[in-house]
Each structure stands twice: as structure tokens, then as C-alpha cells.
Design a protein around this ligand. Sequence first.
Ligand code: SF4
Ligand code: SF4
Length: 116
Amino acid sequence: MIELVSEDRCITCGLCVKVCPTFVFDQDDNGLPFIARQEDCQTCFVCEAHCPVDALYVSPFADEQVDVDEDELIASGALGSWRATIGWGPGRTRLASVDTTEFINRILPPRPPRST
Ligand code: SF4
Ligand code: SF4
């Protein structure tokens, strides 16, 4: 669930507002996004992935709100960590270019033999 918009880092590009599929964010008069409908968050990480300055933190806990501290998130490297993990951003290696697992085989059961 989305938990943090860093006012210090945000450059008010508005990308998170545009990409959120459930319209969780609104913007104040200065263009700064804020979490207006947290309960609608789908924990999809799309906003965090798109933020160019790692100003957003989406907690992996989808069903509960958790208290977060920005300084602690920065110190632990968690702020923007999903964007780094998937390789978005300058100088990073995209996950899709190194992941050789057959993803579809991991999530689907084997198909039963067809009767003739
Ligand atoms: S995690 Fe997904 S649903 Fe939640 S605020 Fe970000 S883009 Fe919106
Ligand atoms: S994507 Fe990041 S920098 Fe852009 S408005 Fe949202 S929080 Fe701010």
C-alpha cells in the first residue's frame, strides 16, 4: 500500500498521478501529489516504478496501513528500491533482460493431456 510521498524529493512531474490505475493521488496547488484515497491502492508499485526521483514508497503489505519514517526508509535503501530492482532508471539493468525463468510455468499448473 502506498505510504509515502517525499516532499523533499518530489519534483512535481505528476507522473504518479497519471499512472495510478485507481486515482489514489490528488495534487495540491503547487503540484505536489498527496495520498488522497489510500484505501483504493492496489499495491501495484506502478507509481514507485515511474517516479524519476525515488520519492514514493509502496509498502508490500497490501491489506494494512503501516507507519513509515522517511529517514529510516532512506537509510535502509527502501525508498525507490522497487524501481532499482526492476532496473528502471539511468545506468540500471532491466530485470527483463536478465530474468531467464519461464514465468508462466511457475504460475500455471501443468496442462492436462487432451483427450482424442
Ligand atoms: S501502488 Fe499502484 S494503486 Fe497504489 S498508489 Fe501506486 S500506482 Fe496507485
Ligand atoms: S512521480 Fe515522483 S516526482 Fe513525479 S509527482 Fe510523483 S512523487 Fe513527485
